[in-house]
Design a protein around this ligand. Structure first.
Ligand code: NAD
Length: 262
């Protein structure tokens, strides 16, 4: 159902973003892949997205920098008007507030929050003109509830939930039920098995195995005691792109095994 559509997925050389790029491509979209990595990592990510039969191309940019975001968007828009924007690039640094380096705060806010402001500002007007558009921001349970030792991360994720609600309201009446409208939503995952959380798994091992670390993390917060897989998150993103999701907007949808019910 995404044939003829172009999607930009930031942070799609790894983890959740890569699974989203693969799933959108499998649904027919041509996908602009973005993210850091060695040339080999980028080539292998691109090959896995293109393996679905859809077109895929990598667009490099350090999204902490507004000027690079502008250049990235110009290049992608020259390739195809962006119908689906997924802001997934994100970083994390766990430390008590008093010990958070100021540079980590700046980097986390720039990438996890400000980059989404810039990409949305430059793509939503075009989506409204064409009557169809989907913005899906990968926030986190930490956009809904806090945890210790994650001051910049939690601030960035609460921020992106608020930013998304404002954008959703401003574009709520764009398009029609037939064209699909323009929606802006956040997906709020709990623990997902990706390289991002590996340091936290290791920190919870307490001298035991990696599995012990995983169990300790889950027991602390996620009642299902199961991690999500990146492709679980991706399937929710693909559903949000469907025409019949036209009235799901301004939502922050948890996929968290019950974490935020407590
Ligand atoms: P990951 O580390 O596997 O992937 C992060 C991606 O962002 C990579 O493609 C990386 O190259 C890219 N990136 C990093 N710095 C960048 C920069 N300066 N410019 C451009 N791209 C950059 O992590 P992940 O777990 O897949 O996380 C993806 C998103 O999901 C993040 O926003 C994260 O906060 C969110 N999230 C993850 C979890 C989890 O448990 N893994 C839970 C909730 C939310």
């Amino acid at each position: 159902f995404l044939q003829g559509r172009t999607a930009l997925v930031t942070g799609s050389t790894s983890g959740i973003g890569l699974a989203i790029a693969q799933a959108l491509a499998a649904a027919g979209a041509r996908v602009a892949v973005n993210g850091l990595g060695t040339p080999e990592q980028i080539a292998s990510a691109l090959a896995s997205v293109a393996a679905t039969g859809s077109e895929a191309r990598h667009f490099a940019a350090d999204l902490r920098r507004a000027d690079e975001i502008g250049t990235l968007l110009d290049a992608v828009q020259a390739w195809g008007a962006i119908d689906v924007l997924v802001n997934c690039a994100g970083i994390q640094h766990a430390a008590p507030l008093a010990e958070q380096p100021a540079q980590k705060w700046d980097d986390i806010i720039a990438l996890n929050l400000s980059a989404a402001f810039h990409t949305m500002q430059q793509t939503l007007p075009g989506m409204a003109e064409r009557g169809y558009g989907r913005v899906v921001n990968i926030a986190s349970v930490h956009g809904l509830v806090a945890s210790k030792n994650k001051a910049p991360y939690v601030a960035s994720k609460f921020g992106i939930v608020g930013l998304s609600k404002v954008a959703a309201l401003e574009y709520a009446s764009a398009g029609s039920r037939d064209s699909g409208g323009v929606t802006v939503n956040c997906v709020c995952p709990g623990w997902v098995e990706t390289p991002l959380i590996e340091p936290q798994i290791q920190a919870h091992r307490n001298g035991g195995s990696r599995e012990d670390g995983v169990r300790a993390l889950l027991e602390e917060k996620q009642p299902s005691l199961r991690m999500s897989l990146p492709e679980d998150i991706a399937s929710m993103v693909v559903w949000l792109c469907r025409r019949e999701a036209h009235n799901v907007t301004a939502a922050a949808l948890p996929m968290d095994g019950g974490w935020t019910a407590q």
